[in-house]
Design a protein around this ligand. Structure first.
Ligand code: ZN
Length: 322
């Protein structure tokens, strides 16, 4: 049937029918808040390029998470800034590592909060790359050892889920194996499966102090031009035992999210990254956009594309609206 019998504006006329037929709804359970933790006490260093975000010491992080949980945030993703860095990032596997301390504190004080731990070496290496450098490049297979060790250490500290973000080949299998061998067969892995070598990560590197000292991450992260390769990455991660696959960044990669959701029967996460967040904040500060409406629209579009889980720095600002 066509016009005039069909008029799509009929159902748009009232707010009630608009709500009735809304196809995509954000829920609190969709959102994950990323947070940065560092050594010391009573520290809350603002990240200047990411307004409203901080590097917290464990005590202040715990306090902040109590507030977040009280406002409806159900899950957080932790990134650590260590006191000392080393060549391989092995410092990240210390039982007293900064993220391990944070996990123990959060699980003690806010047991209902779901704590996801990022797994990577870039915050922990002196050179800022995601793995062990051999002959001027990140060596894949030796990095798997450090990633597996780091994952086990985070699991032992009480993490509810680990999220490897390094993009090494074979890391999901290596992590799954070490977790299973140590009785963590029920601990899920959310792998950054299609992580692009993106300029949108700029502000994060200030927050996590993880800027590479030389070169870039193009030898391990994906070329933004590629889609088939994303599907191959996801297929491998699924085969290796990933429970959730992730696309990062989100906004420029909605087609990738959509394609993965359509091709695999697996939960999909999307990371609405620092650059995406900071652009919104900067425009809002200038009064050029309506921040709340823009954020709802952005997050809804990421969910509409197919993401079940959205990791976003906007989480804390928007959770009360959901
Ligand atoms: Zn990394």
């Amino acid at each position: 049937m066509s016009f005039p019998a069909t008029r799509l504006r009929r159902l748009r006329k009232s707010a009630v029918t608009r709500n009735m037929i809304r196809e995509t709804r954000l829920n609190r359970s969709n959102l994950v808040m990323p947070l940065f933790v560092k050594h010391g006490s009573n520290i809350m260093n603002p990240v200047t390029s990411m307004p409203g975000n901080y590097q917290f010491s464990v005590d202040r992080l715990t306090e902040h998470c109590k507030m977040l949980a009280g406002s409806g945030v159900q899950s957080v993703l932790l990134f650590g800034i260590p006191e000392k860095k080393d060549e391989t990032g092995d410092v990240a596997s210390s039982p007293d590592g900064i993220v391990q301390q944070a996990i123990r504190s959060l699980k003690n004080e806010i047991p209902g909060l779901f704590v996801i731990a990022d797994v990577c070496n870039c915050e922990y290496t002196v050179h800022g790359h995601c793995g062990t450098i051999i002959n001027g490049d990140v060596d894949n297979d030796s990095t798997l050892t450090t990633l597996a060790r780091q994952s086990l250490s985070l699991a032992l500290a009480g993490a509810d889920m680990v999220a490897p973000s390094d993009m090494m080949d074979g890391r999901v299998a290596a992590i799954r194996k070490v977790l299973d061998n140590n009785n963590f067969h029920n601990l899920p892995i959310m792998s950054y499966s299609a992580k692009y070598s993106s300029a949108f990560y700029g502000p994060f590197r200030e927050a996590a102090e993880s800027k590479p000292e030389f070169g870039d991450r193009a030898t391990y992260q994906m070329d933004p031009a590629n889609k088939d390769e994303a599907l191959r990455e996801v297929a491998l991660d699924v085969e290796e035992g990933s429970d959730i696959v992730m696309v990062k960044p989100a906004l420029g990669y909605l087609d990738i999210i959509n394609e993965i959701k359509g091709n695999f029967n697996i939960p999909v996460a999307a990371y609405n990254v620092s650059g995406e967040f900071s652009m919104v904040k900067a425009a809002a500060e200038k009064g050029w956009i309506d921040e709340k409406r823009i954020v709802m629209e952005i997050l809804t579009s990421i969910k509409r594309a197919g993401a079940d889980i959205i990791i976003s720095y906007h989480t804390k600002d928007i959770i009360a609206e959901l």
